[in-house]
Design a protein around this ligand. Structure first.
Ligand code: TXA
Ligand code: MG
Length: 318
């Protein structure tokens, strides 16, 4: 049922007007494109298009869905997607454009796809300090979701060869901007509940950032070492039953393909579409008047593996 990963003849274009125009065209079609930033190469797609975001995960072969960093042209655009408390504004004014990713509460009216934020009530935003990425943001006119441009489990790419090593034929285009300047991923901090927390160390010094914002580095952050320790995924409150063929009377059924329900992730059985709708469907199920959730079987191949991973975590006793 699930189509194999699409194969491309991956084009490599040197950074310039023609490359940006071609990248913007592909992104407009919902495809991901590999791009230099000042930290590492990113795999960028339209953050407001859930299927485009699903194609990022598919190209990376990620077995699950991590929330992604949403790249914006500046603070004014960032404020359309997140609520910036005063300390976060100070950090953005001081470090942007640059290697700082800022996690803030997500605005409900932000058009960013729920798959990009893994259904969370927060959003990670970064204004990159690289002309190619800035040009692309201007050409597309939308925020760009971009994780590092490598297959899952690989190391982050700092030049085009690194990108091709794991993504050749899996993406249509790489823009060559030479070696990245910094070579490690951005520092990630959150400004949630009035606290500053370090979520990922990176090029920006956290002690200096604490001084700039006037906030101490939160208690919680000091102990968080691995991303897996964070509660960084939306999980439904209700119990969830997997591979359900039929709903029980007390269940809200999330269907797939011909196995229909109160909702359907993809009536046509397309796993990319299903991935793009997953978190919205889980929120709707949580908000329904039924006390439990059932989900139809979803193919376990391709991005279906990530969907099933997410669902089995949601179904696990907590
Ligand atoms: O330098 C970088 O940040 C590169 C370039 C391409 O910009 N991007 C990058 O993205 O490293 P990625 O997807 O590899 O890292 C995203 C990480 C997630 O693994 C997660 O830990 C964190 O950002 N993240 C994203 N949204 C979050 C949220 N709402 N709350 C907590 N953490 C979040
Ligand atoms: Mg990465």
């Amino acid at each position: 049922m699930s189509a194999p990963n699409p194969r491309y003849r991956t084009e490599i274009l040197p950074y310039g007007k023609a490359a940006i125009a071609e990248a913007a065209r592909l992104i407009g079609q919902g495809l991901p494109v590999a791009m230099p930033t000042e930290t590492v190469y990113g795999l960028a797609a339209d953050a407001t298009n859930g299927e485009a975001v699903a194609r990022i995960y598919e190209a990376k072969g990620r077995p699950g869905f991590n929330p992604l960093i949403v790249h914006v042209s500046g603070l004014a655009e960032a404020e359309q997607h997140g609520f910036f408390p005063e300390a976060a504004l100070m950090a953005a004014r001081h470090y942007w454009p640059g290697a700082l990713t800022i996690v803030v509460p997500r605005r409900e009216d932000s058009p960013v796809a729920s798959l990009a934020t893994a259904g969370l009530a927060s959003i990670a935003l970064r204004c990159p300090n690289h002309q190619a990425m800035q040009d692309l943001l201007a050409a597309v006119g939308r925020p760009l979701a971009a994780p590092s441009a490598n297959a899952s489990g690989g190391i982050s790419p700092t030049n085009v060869d690194h990108v091709l090593k794991t993504l050749e034929a899996r993406i249509p285009l790489v823009i060559d901007g030479g070696h990245t300047a910094q070579g490690v991923e951005s520092t990630i901090v959150s400004f949630l509940d009035g606290k500053l927390a370090l979520l990922r160390p990176g090029p920006i010094d956290i002690a200096q950032l604490a001084a700039v914002t006037g906030l101490p580095i939160g208690e919680r952050s000091a102990r968080i070492e691995a991303p897996g320790q964070m509660r960084s995924h939306y999980a439904p409150e209700k119990t969830l039953r997997l591979d359900a063929i039929q709903r029980e009377p007390h269940e809200w059924m999330i269907g797939f393909g011909p196995c229909d329900g109160d909702d359907n992730l993809s009536p046509g059985g397309d796993v990319i579409e299903a991935a793009s709708r997953l978190f919205d469907a889980l929120h709707r199920a949580d908000d329904s008047d039924k006390p439990a959730i059932a989900v139809a079987p979803i193919p376990k191949t391709g991005i279906g593996a990530a969907i099933n991973d997410r669902l089995s975590r949601a179904a696990a006793p907590r």
